[in-house]
Design a binder for this molecule. Structure first.
Ligand code: ADP
Ligand code: MG
Length: 844
């Protein structure tokens, strides 16, 4: 008797095909459920009416009661606009339409009281309201009004097509009428009691039609909590499944390489944070599960040494390791640094980049495959198919935000084949041909016979599987090696077989058993059902299939044991965001800089102060230091930026003439070899000033450079500014960062500059960045789906997020498979969400 919320929106009274199309295309509303989850952006007070004399120039949304006294048409550049004069007893204003004029003129009556609603503009000494919502006052009074009327998300197109907020509100009312406002509860009694949450039905009603401000607040709280709870539940489940299902190589020991390095060659004392992180990594590597860890640490916090020591753990256990960096310069830098350390330990290390010569490549490929090469450093070139490791145990990715998800997953597949678990089908068959010859022969003999007739139960199961109700694609009668299997989900390597009635003979059971063993050994999971099970209780059969699917890793990674993965980033991600985006990765943080570093002094200077800044540069160079001058290069205005850079370069050359000063320049339009040459000159100290675009942003290490000048700093994002600043302050000397700007600054630019001047703490900067830009922009489009929240706000609802994560963890700790009675509602909701893809399709 309850209305199915998956009903297409077309069926709702008052919607119809045209409106349904618009709701789908503009707001993504396909079903009743989607409509219910269209949460208001805000609420306005519709019990309050303004007098025209009370209007203010703040463009707020207001309601006025008055009459239209006349219309006029005003010619304008293109077409004309319709203007109505609108009066109340305190004054006059204008209503304006740019479209739909004919209809409006015909349907609106003069000298009858209307309630108008919209934003009032001040224009030409008068107030006007473009495209107001109008209602006869007599009708207005009959309609449901409240002090908190919901304002829904909308688009220009919806408004143009007459689907105004009032219409959406009406549709929403209709939905509540049809469904009787009765919705399935989605949180467990325990959680509801503990947090004193209102019921789902009450929350939904009050979020759309708030009875009181208090109820609205409770409704919002409950719905936000629920949204965040299920995201966290999904992420944590994923992490748990990953840990229990994805086997890694256990690195059982820490031995010679690590210990020798630690006791004899470590160039400095590790910071407490470095030690803690190494311990976390050690624990992961020692377990049976594959490590999938994110290491966050501010620029200069010493991630490289942690990476190196982790690689030593791999080597100590007879595995190879690799380190991938986003640019050639960075790879070379890593290589040079680590080469020295490897020499001390007699470790074979090499570097592979786009510019490696063919002969070098050949040598590297060979030595990787035969295992002589232990450590490989490089760029994307490591991902090429030709690069095959003998036994890659650990892969580290530096500055991971520069790499895509696809690249990361490519590394997964570089592990050695899982020889014991997935064998070549022919070998397996041959093994059983000799081990169990009679059964084997029978099996061969019957397998085609048996497949000729499909049974009723197979047809039933196929109907359901084909409908993709479970959310996975199945194939029927698929050939695996020499077997024709009934159903298979290739994504999960899961085979389902339905056994006809003849399967009750002993002989046939032996055949089935052998078939299952062989399929298992070549890498598939098999579930068998009896005819009677399918016909008797298909729901139960589906449940079993579903829970198997859930517990299996995706097929793409089977076939090889993935190496342990450590991704490193110097772009700190605020904790709340990390929880949501990387909730299924384990996270380590180096939150401490090595002792003795002097914090960089940052100042903001206006362009007209340039002479002083140049004087400062001169003084620093006199002291033997080097200086970066960085210009923005933003893609959209590339040619302008390029001109700025060259102008800047020329003026610096003028002010710092040869032969007293040597100047390098590096930008994206240069050939890699030239770039490298210029870069090397600066690194060697042959030039004192490096004029560059942001190409130098990541990782470059010139400890003698002590001044970073950032030109047009207002045009950079916060995290970029912070990265750039991290290029200095790497040596023993006091370093400086000077942010140059014009006087014209937006509020956001001001906040960015102030933040940079105030703090050196990357996490604090990341928090500000998150507030300014929102989560989508920070994580890039790739992951923005994860953050596509309907009601919660990852920045403002931080505390609810923490609470939701806590509860999701507690639930899963008590009951990891959600089998207890109290958790049934959670399991059901979770399944429902995954089924209809209402929950974020998470990628890792
Ligand atoms: P990042 O985390 O930015 O990659 P690096 O690993 O490049 O930082 O380290 C920055 C500098 O700090 C390097 O010169 C490194 O040798 C040095 N360093 C790292 N750890 C320590 C430490 N515990 N004590 C002193 N210096 C350290
Ligand atoms: Mg680094």
């Amino acid at each position: 008797m309850s209305v199915n919320l998956q009903t297409p929106i077309d069926y709702l009274k008052g919607v119809g095909p045209n409106r349904a199309d618009l709701l789908r295309s503009e707001l993504g509303i396909h079903t009743y459920q989607d409509l219910i989850n269209l949460f208001p952006n805000r609420y306005i007070d519709r019990t309050k009416y303004y007098k025209i004399s009370e209007l203010q120039r703040n463009n707020a949304e207001i309601q006025v009661i008055g009459v239209i006294t006349g219309f006029k048409e005003v010619a304008q550049k293109r077409g004309k606009r319709l203007v109505a004069t609108f009066k109340d007893d305190t004054g006059t204003m204008e209503l304006v339409w740019f479209r739909g004029q004919k209809w409006i003129r015909e349907s609106l009556k003069t000298n009858i009281p209307y309630v108008i609603f919209g934003r009032a503009n001040w224009f030409n000494g008068k107030y006007n309201m473009p495209h107001p919502e109008l209602e006869l006052q007599s009708e207005h009074e009959n309609n449901l009004r409240s002090a908190m009327q919901a304002i829904y998300p909308s688009t220009e197109k919806l408004n143009n097509k007459g689907i105004t907020n009032r219409v959406v509100t009406k549709i929403m009312q209709q939905l509540f009428i049809e469904t009787k406002g009765n919705y399935t509860e989605t949180l467990s009694e325990n959680i509801k009691n503990e947090l004193k949450l209102i019921s789902k039905s009450e929350a939904l009603f009050n979020v759309h039609f708030p009875k009181t401000p208090e109820l609205l607040a409770r409704a919002q709280f409950r719905l936000k909590f629920e949204e965040l709870f299920y995201i966290q539940l999904q992420l944590i489940l994923k992490n748990l499944i990953h840990k229990s299902k994805i086997k890694g190589f256990p690195f059982e020991k820490v031995s010679t390489y690590f210990n020798t390095f630690f006791s004899e060659h470590l160039p400095f004392e590790l910071t407490k944070a470095q030690k803690r992180v190494l311990k976390e990594i050690r624990t992961d590597l020692g377990s049976n599960a594959q490590m999938n860890r994110l290491l966050q640490g501010d620029v200069g916090s010493g991630k490289t040494i942690v990476a190196f020591m982790s690689m030593l753990m791999a080597l100590d256990n007879g595995f190879q390791a690799c380190l991938m960096a986003p640019t050639e310069i960075l790879s070379v830098q890593h290589y040079n640094g680590l080469y020295e350390l490897c020499k001390l330990l007699n470790i074979n290390i090499s570097i592979l980049t786009g510019s490696s010569k063919a002969s070098e490549r050949k040598e590297i490929h060979k030595n990787l495959e035969n295992g002589e090469l232990q450590l490989l450093i490089g760029t994307h070139a490591l991902l090429e198919d030709k690069v095959k490791f003998k036994n890659l145990g650990l892969a580290i990715i530096d500055e991971q935000h520069r790499f895509g998800v696809a690249q990361r997953s490519k590394l997964w597949k570089k592990g050695p084949p899982q020889s014991s678990q997935r064998e070549d089908a022919k070998t397996v068959r041959r093994k059983y041909m000799t081990a169990r010859p009679s059964t084997y022969n029978l099996m061969k003999q019957f397998q085609h016979e048996n497949k000729k007739n499909s049974t009723e139960s197979e047809r039933i199961l196929w109907e359901v599987l084909r409908a993709k109700k479970i959310g996975y694609k199945f194939r029927r009668q698929h050939i695996i090696d020499e077997f024709i299997v009934d159903f298979i989900c290739l994504e999960k390597n899961l085979i389902i077989e339905v056994d006809g009635d003849y399967h009750n003979t002993k002989e046939q059971q032996q055949i089935d058993e052998l078939r299952t063993i062989i399929l298992n050994e070549i890498g598939f999971n098999v579930i068998r059902f009896k005819n009677s099970q399918v016909i008797g209780n298909i729901d139960n059969v589906l449940n079993q299939i579903e829970s198997q699917l859930k517990s299996l890793p995706s097929g793409e990674i089977s076939g090889a044991t993935p190496p342990h993965i450590l991704v490193m980033t110097a772009t700190p991600i605020p904790r709340t965001l990390a929880m949501s985006v990387y909730g299924d990765l384990d996270i380590s943080v180096i939150d401490e800089l090595p002792a003795g570093r002097k914090p960089i002094k940052t100042v903001h200077r206006y362009d007209n102060n340039r002479l002083n800044v140049f004087k400062f540069i001169r003084d620093e160079i006199k002291l033997g230091r080097q200086v970066y001058v960085v210009y923005p290069l933003i893609q959209e205005s590339e040619s302008m930026d390029y001109k700025d850079l060259m102008d800047g370069y020329e003026s610096i050359v003028r002010d710092f003439p040869m032969p007293d000063y040597q100047i390098s320049i590096v930008h994206g339009k240069m050939k890699p070899a030239d770039k490298d040459y210029e870069m090397q000159r600066f690194i060697k100290g042959e030039t004192q000033i490096m004029v560059a675009t942001t190409v130098i942003e990541v990782g470059v290490n010139v400890p003698n450079a002590s001044v970073m000048i950032i030109e047009s700093a207002e045009r950079f994002g916060l995290s970029q500014l912070h990265q750039l600043r991290g290029r200095v302050g790497r040596g023993a000397e006091q370093s400086y960062c000077i942010l140059m700007t014009s006087h014209k600054l937006s509020n956001d630019s001001k906040t960015r500059l102030e933040t940079m001047v105030r703090t050196n703490d990357g996490f604090e900067i990341a928090e500000v960045d998150l507030r300014l830009r929102g989560p989508g922009d920070i994580m890039g489009t790739q992951q923005s789906g994860v953050l596509n929240l309907k009601i919660a706000d990852i920045v403002k609802d931080k505390d609810i997020l923490k609470l939701a994560r806590h509860h999701a963890k507690t639930v899963l700790k008590l009951d990891p498979t959600l089998v207890s009675l109290d958790h049934k509602v959670i399991l059901d909701t979770y399944r429902q969400m995954s089924k209809y893809k209402n929950i974020w399709n998470y990628i890792s």
